[in-house]
Ligand binder design. Structure first.
Ligand code: FAD
Ligand code: NAP
Length: 345
């Protein structure tokens, strides 16, 4: 069912789902977006504008803020905050085939880094690890440095270099069509902050003035020095009373506590603060980052009695305590509702 009602001269549309008798839930209406304008068979060439580290301090990780010029290509003006684009690294893989497309989240608002939607940005993190055998034929004693192909390529490119792009990708991890109709809880781990950088700039520094909805961001990082875009996020929080920036640092002990904190742990620990916000039917949760966070978040929401708002839980799981739900039970038995947006893997 779709309700249309005037609000400040703007037609507000809220889809109302009937749950049980008398119970309703408002789901966000998402905008239409362009998808797959450029495919891997015929990628466009973007020019590198800049490529700078974006961690707060000296860290074992290397994460860049990469700006690409897509002007004069089919991707100019094509992205919305929350979407991603594909990158084809140069060269061939171990089978001699061209490298597969890897996806990277758009980290800028819909109007781009330049205000004209010609410069699009993202947040590549170098994948660098010791090699872990993957196939039976792999040498179990081979622990040489493993470097991810595309992330290291993107972190290496310099101003003036050319990068092959595809996209846009994604039609669900978006801000709602009427941003004023909702409040927001953004949960990020690591480079999962990329889409939220774009969304926050869109909400708070839009051309029509800042959106006054309540916005909370919880950013999860191993160490304080790993926090990404921290200067920008602190500035936005200082300038906008409706934006609250929280950090969950997992590997630094806290005063009086032996361990650090995960994003879902912070929501749980500060439930007096987050509870009323999560309980409000205006609120949408967005989660971007590690797959494992989805499991912890779903358990936490269910344990706090918030399943109806954010999750569709299979009846077989309802008999068990959420804390006892396994990862595979959660994967098979729970779907997020329209108010729970996930981009995890
Ligand atoms: P690859 O060369 O593809 O290597 C990764 C693969 O190697 C893994 O799948 C694994 O099978 C294997 N592997 C991993 N570690 C080891 C090891 N130690 N030993 C042996 N094998 C190993 N990433 C970002 O950094 N920023 C973003 O904004 C971003 N946005 C994304 C948005 C979406 C929608 C999606 C789906 C992904 C996003 N990613 C992002 C992840 C990105 O697409 C790549 O997966 C990531 O950069 C790694 O790619 P790579 O080519 O460097 O690694
Ligand atoms: P990172 O810097 O290592 O930070 C991840 C944080 O999350 C760490 O503090 C980590 O803690 C914590 N964490 C680990 N398991 C968790 C769990 N189950 N619940 C809650 N918190 C948990 O992150 P990263 O290396 O950037 O990785 C981020 C992930 O997001 C990558 O997989 C990346 O590819 C993905 N990503 C996805 C998208 C997308 O889908 N659009 C976009 C960008 C990035 P500990 O390490 O201390 O345990």
């Amino acid at each position: 069912m779709v309700h249309c009602a005037p609000r400040g001269g703007y037609a507000l549309r809220i889809r109302v789902l009937r749950l049980k008798k008398g119970e309703i839930m408002a789901e966000p209406i998402l905008p239409d977006v362009q998808m797959n304008l450029v495919r891997a068979s015929d990628p466009v060439i973007a020019g590198v504008v800049s490529n700078e580290l974006c961690m707060r301090g000296k860290s074992a990780s290397f994460v860049k803020h990469l700006v690409l010029d897509v002007g004069n290509t089919a991707l100019a003006g094509a992205f919305r905050a929350g979407q991603s684009f594909g990158v084809i690294a140069p060269g061939v893989d171990e089978r001699g085939k061209p490298h597969k497309v890897r996806l990277y989240s758009v980290a800028c608002p819909t109007w781009g880094e330049d205000g004209a939607a010609q410069h699009v940005s993202t947040t590549p993190k170098r994948l660098i690890e010791e090699f872990v055998p993957q196939k039976p034929a792999d040498d179990p004693d081979d622990h040489q440095l493993f470097r991810g192909v595309c992330s290291n390529y993107l972190c290496d490119v310099r101003a003036g270099d050319e990068v092959r792009l595809t996209g846009p990708n994604g039609k669900r991890f978006l801000l709602p069509a009427d941003v004023h109709a909702h409040d927001y809880v953004f949960l990020a781990t690591g480079t999962g902050i990329a889409p939220f950088r774009g969304m926050l700039l869109e909400l708070l520094e839009g051309r029509d003035g800042p959106c006054s909805s309540r916005i909370d961001l919880v950013m999860g990082s191993p160490y304080t020095t790993d926090l990404l875009y921290d200067d920008l996020l602190q500035r936005l929080a200082a300038e906008h009373d409706n934006f609250h920036y929280h950090t969950a640092i997992s590997r630094e002990p806290r005063r009086g506590k032996p361990t650090g904190l995960y994003v879902d742990g912070l929501l749980n620990e500060q439930f007096d603060y987050f509870g009323p916000l999560l309980d409000n039917e205006r609120t949408i949760i967005y989660l971007c980052g590690l797959m494992g966070v989805r499991v912890s978040l779903f358990r936490m929401l269910a344990a706090q009695g918030l399943s109806d708002a954010y999750l569709q839980v299979n009846a077989s799981l309802l008999a068990k305590r959420p804390g006892d739900w396994s990862s595979s039970e959660i994967r098979k038995g729970i779907k997020p509702s329209g108010r729970c947006m996930l981009e995890v893997y």
